[in-house]
Design a protein around this ligand. Structure first.
Ligand SMILES: *Cc1c(COP(=O)(O)O)cnc(C)c1O
Length: 426
């Protein structure tokens, strides 16, 4: 048991600790986790264990307390937990960069190691703007994206989040004003492809880049779309001199059924962000990859360097566990596991389609989504899932799950029951 009684811990938490998207002092009481192992979170209040349906926000793909990942951290800890990356380098970071180059779409050759997903998106935007500045085109500084996206919570990423869900109202006049296309339809529609082409052509003189989440839009609404739109973007960007950025922070490392969602379209972006599952959920780390064209462009400029360098850039512990997580993933038949989870989610979530208030049920890879016709009652929905022994974090009109790839069939069925219970209660 933790030294602090749970009641005292919760009172201190409420008074002093900000939680994601939370007020201060806190209103909703969080659950206290004592430890986690496999797909289970053990609660500190003695209430037992919950099957994690969230992979700690897409990240813990191999589950918790994994012996191989633990060993990688322990082994690196004995050598060094951190050294600065300016003027120094080390094997874990170099090995990680090489792995990322090898596994990502062909043409992505250079890796910037960042400390969170949002920072990797900032770096991606900086790369694109600087590329055009270096080429003597400083007017090309706006971004185009489609509605319904989510790219993180720092300023540039916020400016390309969905303008309705992303608090744009609150920050109007402060955020850079970007160009928004309509949200992508699920299936391929030529009229929507034309809409994308038309916007890119019209704004080409101002646009540094198009930035999108490929195939699955995550926290902006959990919407799926045809990979064919990515080819439309690639062609239109090439035709009009605009860079293309894929934010694969949620979709990367197998989640949608391919290693990267870009693989479903056979498209290489100019810049690509990865994060979340990069370290198997062990440490905070993300990366921005780019092509040689982007790197060469920046290097030919008046300021021939990328002026970005987080203190904890390339952290050896995070790099070592990221390498171990990637090896663990690639060393197994991960595609079959993701397929198995897709099948399990389809079965488990099919019952939700008949529940009142359900607008849509959709599954892709190891992602299952139930969309309601109303705002979910988060507290009631969470309680109902917990009563089924499942941890879920519904938001807006969505009850959704992206379980660890190691989730067994019984636990998948349990997650299905948890989702349905949350839908029924929320
Ligand atoms: C989570 C997420 C981010 C932000 O990553 P953080 O590590 O939370 O800063 C950016 N883009 C996408 C697509 C994400 O899912």
């Amino acid at each position: 048991m933790p030294e602090l009684p749970v009641r005292d811990l919760l009172e201190l938490d409420r008074r002093h600790v900000w939680h994601p998207y939370g007020p201060m002092p806190g209103r909703a009481e969080p659950l206290v986790v004592e430890s986690a192992s496999g797909v289970r979170l053990r609660m500190a209040d003695g209430s037992g264990e919950l099957v994690d349906g969230m992979s700690s926000w897409w990240s813990a793909i191999h589950g918790y307390n994994h012996p191989v990942l633990n060993e990688a951290v322990r082994d690196q800890l004995e050598r060094m937990s951190h050294v600065m990356f300016g003027g120094l380098t080390h094997e874990p970071a170099v090995r990680l960069a090489k792995r990322l180059v090898d596994m990502s779409p062909d043409g992505l050759e250079h890796v910037f190691l960042a400390d969170s997903g949002s920072v990797s998106v900032e770096v991606a935007v900086k790369m694109c703007l600087q590329y055009w500045r270096s080429l003597g085109r400083p007017a090309k500084q706006r971004l185009l994206t489609w509605r319904g996206g989510y790219h993180g919570d720092t300023w540039q990423p916020m400016s390309v989040c969905d303008p309705e869900g992303g608090m744009h109202e609150l920050w109007s006049g402060v955020l850079p004003r970007q160009v928004f296309a309509d949200a992508p339809p699920v299936a391929y529609e030529e009229s929507y492809a034309d809409h994308l082409r038309e916007l890119i052509e019209r704004h080409a003189d101002d646009l540094a880049a198009v930035i999108v989440e490929p195939v699955v839009q995550g926290a902006g609404g959990m919407r799926f779309h045809s990979p064919a739109y990515l080819r439309v973007l690639r062609e239109a960007c090439d035709a009009h001199g605009v860079l293309l950025v894929f934010d694969e922070i949620a979709t990367g490392f197998g989640r949608t059924g391919t290693l990267f969602a870009a693989d479903q379209a056979g498209v290489t972006p100019d810049v690509m962000c990865v994060g979340k599952a990069l370290t198997g959920g062990y440490m905070t780390m993300a990366a921005t990859l780019c092509t040689s064209r982007v790197a060469d462009g920046i290097s030919r400029g008046e300021v021939p360097v990328l002026a970005h360098g987080p203190t904890f850039m390339g952290n050896p512990l995070a790099s070592a566990v990221a390498c171990a997580s990637i090896d663990l993933l690639l060393g197994q038949d991960w595609a079959t596991e993701v397929k198995r989870i897709e099948t399990g989610l389809r079965e488990g979530l099919s019952a939700a389609a008949d529940l009142p208030g359900v607008r849509d049920v959709r599954v892709l890879g190891a992602i299952g989504v139930v969309q309601l016709d109303h705002e979910v009652d988060m507290a009631a929905a969470t309680r109902a899932a917990v009563a089924e022994g499942v941890w879920l974090r519904p938001f807006r009109d969505l009850v959704y799950t992206m379980p660890p790839y190691i989730t067994g069939d019984d636990d998948l069925a349990r997650i299905g029951r948890g989702v349905c219970a949350a839908v029924g209660a929320g």
